[in-house]
Design a binder for this molecule. Structure first.
Ligand code: RUB
Length: 310
């Protein structure tokens, strides 16, 4: 798929989930570099810069998308020829995709150690990283079952129960507003992340913060599965994360409502760090309060502020 196709698939949520969005964006930039047939390095650089912006603008909330395009374009400004630029972008994209896929596997292995035989887990939306934990625990022979929320309005919970059932994990679908009712029967919560802020707050699918509060109320550990490219260097320089609001028609057909009634459709929310027991990353299981160290370690203090021109 070319850049415009990937960007519109991301907008339409045919490509969704922060990890997959990031990998698809890296792949799209590689495609843009490889399809260029001219011999003008400045023209290719310009084309890639335009592609980078198109991709970044396709969905606003997941920092994984921005981190993926930054990683793919790293060093591009130093290339002296079209071949060199193409090689830099292609090998950066391959490295990002490989690293990102391996991170999901590692998170699965680390997170599975937090589960024991007979446990019941709750999850929200559809996170590859959170499902990696559950499926790894199941593959290790643990007898676990899952409560998955429907996740209105897009109902990503249906994808979750399909994926888990295919893997042989027993699961139960509940509506979002049953999450507190069900929490009394749950031993641990595992969710994914779109963005981890420098103060340790989690940005994830709308309803995640309610689940965290319900878990805290019932003394159920609330675990967040987040690859390091979900951590936001932009928040370290003071930026707030933009919470995407999607079209009202995703919630209900507006024609069914009395005139004048408005609909709002925010699709992510923020969970404060005090509700999070652990962040499960590919570099270890850490406290949300260690987010600052992860950001500096992964992105470097200098590059954080150099990359801020967008
Ligand atoms: C998906 C969502 C997921 C995170 C993490 O929202 O909130 O929990 O993106 O997913 P949407 P993953 O469906 O609106 O993209 O672990 O797969 O990266």
């Amino acid at each position: 798929m070319n850049v415009d196709e990937v960007a519109s698939s991301i907008k339409r949520m045919e490509i969704r989930g922060a990890g997959l969005i990031a990998r698809s964006a890296a792949e799209a930039l590689k495609h843009a570099a490889q399809e260029y047939r001219g011999d003008d390095v400045a023209a290719l650089r310009q084309k890639l810069e335009k592609s980078r912006r198109t991709l970044v603008e396709s969905r606003p909330t997941a920092i994984s998308l921005w981190n993926a395009v930054q990683a793919t374009m790293r060093g591009a400004q130093d290339a002296a020829s079209v071949e060199e630029l193409r090689d830099i972008v292609s090998s950066n994209a391959d490295r990002f995709i490989e690293r990102s896929s391996r991170a999901v596997e590692t998170i699965g292995k680390f997170g599975a150690k937090r589960l024991k035989d007979g446990m019941r887990v709750m999850t929200h939306c559809n996170s590859k990283a959170a499902l990696s934990v559950i499926k790894t625990a199941h593959a290790n022979g643990l007898d676990i079952e899952v409560y998955a929320t429907e996740s209105r309005p897009w109902r990503q919970g249906l994808l979750t129960v399909k994926d888990l059932s295919d893997a042989g994990v027993p699961c139960t679908l509940i509506i979002d507003s049953a999450m507190r009712w069900a929490m009394k029967d749950v031993d641990a919560v595992f969710v994914g992340a779109d963005t981890i802020c420098s103060n340790g707050a989690l940005i994830n699918k709308i309803g995640t913060s309610q689940m965290a509060m319900a878990a805290s109320d019932s003394r159920v550990p609330f675990m967040v599965c987040a690859e390091t490219y979900k951590f936001s260097p932009r928040t370290l320089s003071g930026e707030m994360v933009e919470i995407e609001e999607r079209d009202a028609s995703e919630v209900v057909d507006p024609n069914l409502l009395p005139p004048g009634v408005r609909i709002r459709n925010p699709v992510f929310d923020a969970t404060p760090p005090e509700y999070i027991d652990s962040l499960i990353t590919e570099v270890g299981v850490i406290s949300p309060y260690a987010a600052y160290e992860v950001i500096v370690r992964e992105f470097g203090q200098t590059s954080i502020f150099e990359d801020m021109e967008d």
